[in-house]
Design a protein around this ligand. Structure first.
Ligand code: RET
Length: 238
């Protein structure tokens, strides 16, 4: 059992606070918004950080942690990512004005990536199988990246200049930050390779999670012009 004062618990409490503050900030930013299309971005983004705050709370308090084959596994990460990564992609897809098939493909690949990653974290058949699951999950991730840079980017290019520019910034942020997750996983404790210990791994995931959720949310929601332009083009298409 992890002691309540362990360094990773402190990091997880900071993560909880960061996600909670991000949630409050996004609620404040969206307060009084009456345009339904714009409300959609606020609702999605508020849920992303709210879910993460709960997940971090569960990990910090020890509930989100189990022992698998002598390894300490934070299962709550995967519960968080299972819901929040599709929501992040939905934000990006709405910004791009993506069609339903593209959205479904992105979310399908994403869910497959997280579920197979979870299988790797829980596998008890030995390190080779854990790493094999990681490889399968990476396969889904590479397909996801392909759709982000091809189909979704082509659809975003049809949007107005401001929207297309914010889309590019967020898409690049996603590509860079999300790519770090499988790297942290494989060099960390889940793979059993353990080039970095649990405390370092917890800190790396916390920084990535805060940037990928709170940082992403601020970039998306800070520009009223961009949200105006998206809701304007959606209204024109109706
Ligand atoms: C795992 C391990 C198996 C291989 C791959 C992974 C990818 C995870 C990703 C997670 C993204 C999380 C985000 C959270 C938001 O805060 C499951 C680590 C490919 C890409 C963006």
């Amino acid at each position: 059992m992890v002691q309540p004062t362990s360094p990773q618990d402190l990091i997880l409490w900071i993560g909880t606070l960061g996600m909670a503050l991000g949630t409050l900030a996004f609620i404040a930013m969206g307060w009084g918004e009456t345009d339904e299309q714009k409300q959609e971005f606020y609702i999605i983004t508020i849920f992303i950080t709210a879910i993460a705050a709960v997940s971090y709370f569960s990990m910090a308090s020890g509930y989100g942690l189990i022992e698998v084959e002598g390894l300490e596994i934070y299962w709550a990460r995967y519960a968080d990512w299972l819901f929040t990564t599709p929501l992040l992609l939905l934000d990006l897809a709405l910004l791009a004005g993506a069609d339903r098939n593209t959205i479904a493909t992105l979310i399908g690949l994403d869910v497959a990536m997280i579920v197979t990653g979870l299988a790797g974290a829980l596998a008890t058949e030995g390190a080779a199988y854990r790493i094999a699951w990681w490889g399968i999950s990476c396969g889904f991730f590479i397909a996801l990246l392909y759709f982000l840079v091809s189909t979704l980017s082509q659809q975003a290019a049809k949007q107005s200049g401001d929207v297309a520019a914010t889309f590019s910034t967020l898409r690049n942020l996603v590509i860079v930050l999300w790519t770090a997750y499988p790297i942290v996983w494989i060099i960390g404790t889940e793979s059993t390779l353990e080039y970095v210990g649990l405390t370092t791994e917890t800190a790396l995931f916390a920084v990535l999670d805060l940037a990928a959720k709170v940082g992403f949310g601020f970039i998306l929601l800070r520009s009223r012009n961009v949200l105006d332009a998206v809701s304007g083009s959606a209204a024109a298409a109706d």
